[in-house]
Design a protein. Structure first.
Length: 515
């Protein structure tokens, strides 16, 4: 076959015309040393703090790609300290590390509802890949003062003691603090269950917990239909400290999707004591100078930058809210420890759970004297504000009198009446697990208790009276229930009907007892 020079020439001309010189620049470094989940990398002079870095070797378990990923935490003069997001299998000295040019991010959106994911948003629940069209950086600047509005909308927990005396508002940060096994997680699970049908999306962050505990929480939420509006982030005790360190920030990032899109979210950090311990581990391995209790100097900033991301935005910024319920575990009731005092000073109040009360059978074991909400009545409905006004005062007086009467002094009638009333108030604030109450149920029982209707009901039968009274109210006075839920206030007509319903049921109840 004869060659045709003009054809070859035209092809060459076209190729030269279409040629585009493309130079791909990559910033790479070399691993100097690796061990204990920390890599020291030389050569990444332009690396950003918190940037995601890709290792050319490794099994890819953390990044889902050909290599493993890490996060730059220490930017030093001669090297970069990188924490690995996985186990680091196959990574060795001399391997190449590449910049990705992006801060670590996670998938966000409603595609994560009903899912259990890890600290990088990867599924742990065998329900297939997470469907999400949007990602958000794990670290994000908190909204400024001018972008916020004051907390004024209640977040109903369904727990009488909390809604009545230590109210939580949408956009608030309320600390839950107490020794282990005092009901801290049970309190937040009840709060999640009570958000059903209230347009609040929940994120439960389990940091350093046992996998069996997290599985139990997921099962409880699934059985009660709460997983459809909840996301669980699990960074158990057996994963890398990096994942435990990242998990609360991942929860905040997922919650911020709802916050900035005009929706309402509740994020629970269970617990920040283990989060601080994971950060201490990383900091010591990175050779950062240790301070008090071997924590690094920026441990306050660790939690303040996390909790400040909870906010109630102005109405012109869509008016979304992100409420945070951090949990702190104390040792032998010591709230003056380093991490507890740090978080107490950051949050808008605390709910203190006491082991002595828990073992006495007062559950939830809330110590009313040490618990406070700095938002106060602003986060309560008018109905709750009216009935719970003297509840806290009467309980405080009861505790003081009860302590004084241990010395065996003679009692006058008013003291005896006050002790009698106080004992019944303590009894009605007891509540079983996984049975959050509606606003109407809470308001009605607190109303009849503070009005003295329960004063002649035997103490051991208060729980039975309460169950029966709710049934009586729903059957005979459904208009009262619906009006309280609708108006969220108590007018003269409602209080008269509540008085009538309470006295009516008490007569039936006491008559039945005498028979």
């Amino acid at each position: 076959m004869a060659l045709r020079p003009e054809e070859i020439t035209s092809i060459l001309k076209q190729e030269i015309k279409d040629y585009r010189a493309g130079v791909k620049l990559e910033s790479t470094g070399i691993i100097l040393s690796i061990g204990d989940g920390i890599a020291r990398v030389y050569g990444l002079d332009d690396c950003m703090a918190g940037e995601l870095l890709e290792f050319s070797s490794g099994d890819g378990s953390a990044g889902g790609g050909p290599g493993e990923f890490g996060i730059a935490l220490n930017l030093e003069e001669s090297s970069v300290g990188v924490v690995l997001c996985g186990e680091g299998h196959g990574i060795k000295e001399g391997d190449v590390v590449k910049r990705t040019g992006r801060i670590a991010g996670v998938p966000v959106g409603k595609g994560l509802l009903g899912r259990v994911v890890d600290a990088l948003g990867r599924p742990l629940d065998a329900k297939g890949p997470v469907v999400s069209a949007e990602t958000r950086p794990i670290e994000w600047k908190a909204p400024g003062v001018l972008a916020r509005q004051s907390v004024k909308e209640p977040l109903q927990t369904g727990i009488k003691a909390v809604d009545g005396m230590i109210p939580i508002g949408r956009g608030q940060r309320e600390l839950i603090i107490g020794d282990r096994q005092t009901g801290k997680t049970a309190l937040v699970i009840d709060t999640i269950l009570n958000q059903k049908g209230k347009d609040v999306y929940c994120i439960y962050v389990a940091t350093g917990q046992k996998s069996s505990n997290v599985l139990s929480v997921a099962k409880t939420l699934e059985e009660r239909g709460a997983m459809e509006y909840t996301t669980i982030i699990n960074a158990p005790a057996d994963v890398a400290a990096t994942m435990q360190y990242l998990s609360p920030y991942t929860g905040a990032a997922i919650g911020e999707y709802y916050l900035y899109n005009g929706m309402h979210a509740l994020v629970i950090y269970d617990d920040l004591t283990k989060h601080a311990a994971a950060y201490r581990e990383l900091s010591l391995l990175l050779r950062r100078p240790p301070g008090r209790e071997a924590f690094p100097g920026d441990v306050f900033y660790l939690h303040s930058r996390l909790l400040e991301r909870a906010a109630k935005l102005r109405d012109d910024l869509k008016g979304g809210s992100l409420t945070a319920l951090p949990i702190i575990e104390t040792q032998a009731g010591d709230v003056s420890g380093y991490i507890p005092t740090n978080v107490i000073s950051i949050t808008d109040g605390q709910i203190y759970l006491e082991s002595d009360l828990f073992y006495q059978g007062v559950r939830p074991a809330i110590n009313v004297g040490l618990s406070v909400s700095r938002v106060g009545g602003n986060a309560q409905t008018k109905a709750m504000k009216k009935v719970a006004g003297k509840l806290r005062l009467e309980l405080a007086q009861y505790r003081e009198l009860a302590a004084f009467m241990q010395f065996g002094s003679d009692m006058d009638k008013s003291t005896r009446d006050q002790l009698n009333r106080g004992a019944r108030l303590v009894e009605i604030l007891k509540q079983g697990q996984y049975i959050p109450m509606t606003l109407a149920e809470e308001v009605s029982i607190i109303y009849v208790a503070t009005r003295g209707i329960l004063d002649d009901v035997p103490l051991e039968r208060i729980e039975e009276f309460e169950k029966g009274f709710h049934g009586h109210l729903a059957a005979k006075y459904p208009d009262v229930v619906s009006e309280i839920e609708k108006l969220k206030d108590l007018n003269d007509s409602l209080t008269q009907r509540l008085d009538r319903a309470g006295n009516e049921f008490k007569k039936q109840f006491l008559r039945k007892e005498q028979c």
